[in-house]
Each structure stands twice: as C-alpha cells, then as structure tokens.
Design a binder for this molecule. Structure first.
Ligand SMILES: [Fe+2]
Ligand SMILES: [Fe+2]
Length: 144
C-alpha cells in the first residue's frame, strides 16, 4: 500500500524534474544585460543536474517495477532576470519540501522494500542535496 503511494510520489518528482529542466533551458534564452551569458551558463548547468535527477527517479521507478511518467508538471513563466531567478528559487525550495515528503513516505515503506530501500534512499538524498545547492546558487545570483 505504502509502496503504491511511494511510486505515485516518485512519478510526481519525475514530472517536476521534466519541468525544471525545460524551464531552466527556456529561461536561459530570456536573460538580458551584461550578465545574461554568465547567468545562462549557470542555468544550463543546473538543467544538466535536473536531467540527472530525472534519470535517478526513472531508476527508482524501474527498481519498483513501475512505469515512469512521460508527462511534465506545469511550468512557471518569468520574463526579466530577477523574476527568472526568483521563480526558480521558489521552485527549488518547493522541490526540497516535496522531496522530503517522498523521504517520509520512503521511510514508511522500508519494510516493504527489503532489497530496494537503500538504493532509493541514496538517489533521493543525492537529489535533495543538489536542490539545496541550486537554491543557494540562485540566492547568490540574486545577491541575497
Ligand atoms: Fe532536480
Ligand atoms: Fe534543482
């Protein structure tokens, strides 16, 4: 039962990663001013991390014999440099909060996953640490 809930949450995580990667790559083309190129380079690097996270979620779903979603969470539009950084900073914080919910569900599922638990835990921990780093980086770019 808890395993089904965990699968649902992992797929929602995958939807968020699809969105995050697309959003960073699109926003990277909308930046303006002197710092546009350097910020764009950072957003593209973050997008590469999000692509890795997609793969991690797919691997977790595969080990649970569940099909990975091909759909994407709805994105958040932004037009100028500051709002682009702010929108993505909020999304990173929301991702950390949501992935902690997955973490809690994973713990509740531990007994059902005798040979999968640490594998999933390791991937999820890696993803959460990366999102925290992304949030810190965006805060830095915002001068906060
Ligand atoms: Fe991510
Ligand atoms: Fe991220």
């Amino acid at each position: 039962m808890a395993k089904q809930k965990l699968i649902e949450l992992l797929n929602k995580g995958l939807q968020l990663e699809h969105q995050a990667r697309a959003q960073y790559l699109s926003h990277a083309t909308l930046l303006s001013g002197e710092s546009a190129d350097s910020i764009a380079a950072r957003l593209k690097e973050i997008a590469t991390d999000e692509q890795e996270h997609e793969e991690y979620f797919r691997q977790c779903l595969e080990i649970l014999d569940a099909a990975p979603t091909i759909t994407m969470h709805e994105g958040h539009e932004a037009k100028d440099n500051t709002s682009i950084l702010k929108v993505n900073l909020k999304d990173e914080k929301d991702a950390v909060d949501f992935y902690r919910e997955i973490w809690a569900e994973l713990k509740a599922t531990k007994d059902e996953l005798p040979y999968e638990y640490e594998y999933i835990e390791h991937k999820l921990r890696h993803i959460i640490i990366d999102e925290e780093e992304h949030a810190m980086e965006l805060k830095g770019l915002l001068g906060e």
